[in-house]
Ligand binder design. Structure first.
Ligand code: NI
Length: 216
């Protein structure tokens, strides 16, 4: 498992990616940042027999704790240097993305995403592994997501809108891709401070109308 883990408790102090002042927050695992080679590798499938192991269950708990401590909407195992196809997603009044519809805590293992049609939406994204930068990416609006949960139960759901975007972002991590790779118009790149100042209002107006239309 992760050799960068500092102590048995695993608590690491790291700058909060969304806070330009660099306030220190305590998280369970160190979140790797862009430039770390492991963020660029494909993670391996989890064998269903492995799922019940203490290591995998502890990793899932750590991912949830780390995501919540860092105010992430999701966190993939690769972001803490564990090369297995596991990600956690949760949105509940997220201060980083207050316009995102709620998503109850979802543990996705071995996810497979399939676009249901050609409809795309331009979403402004950020990432805990890309501190203090946001940019616009195109995402599929309607996707089918198949995955296992932490008990090994298979799920097959349709996800739409911003929620579909969040699932695509996390699954990209498991293939070694960052949202940066999908930014076509690099003039949309902005620090969180400049996004707030110059771009937030127009984006939130557009995306709020989109969420109302699509339903999530
Ligand atoms: Ni990310």
């Amino acid at each position: 498992m992760n050799r960068r883990r500092q102590t048995d408790r695993g608590d690491v102090r790291t700058p909060d990616a969304c806070d330009p002042c660099g306030t220190l927050v305590t998280v369970k695992r160190e979140i790797l940042t862009v430039g770390h080679p492991l963020l660029r590798e494909r993670a391996r499938e989890v064998d269903p027999d492995e799922l019940a192991s203490k290591e995998i269950q502890a990793l899932i708990d750590d991912l949830v704790d780390t995501m919540r401590a860092a105010n992430g909407a999701g966190l993939a195992a690769t972001q803490v240097g564990e090369m297995v196809r596991i990600a956690v997603i949760e949105v509940d009044h997220n201060p980083r993305y207050p316009y995102k519809p709620k998503i109850p805590l979802t543990v996705v293992i071995n996810p497979v995403i399939e676009p249901l049609d050609g409809e795309l939406v331009e979403i402004n994204e950020g990432c805990l592994s890309v501190p203090n930068l946001r940019g616009n990416v195109m995402r599929h609006v309607n996707v089918r997501v198949r995955h296992l949960d932490r008990e090994g139960t298979a799920h097959d759901d349709v996800r739409r809108g911003l929620t579909a975007g969040t699932f695509q972002h996390e699954c990209d991590h498991l293939d070694g891709r960052l949202f940066l790779d999908r930014v076509e118009d690099t003039t949309t790149l902005a620090t969180w401070e400049q996004f707030e100042r110059f771009h937030r209002k127009a984006f939130v107006e557009r995306i709020t109308a989109f969420v109302e239309r699509v339903g999530s």
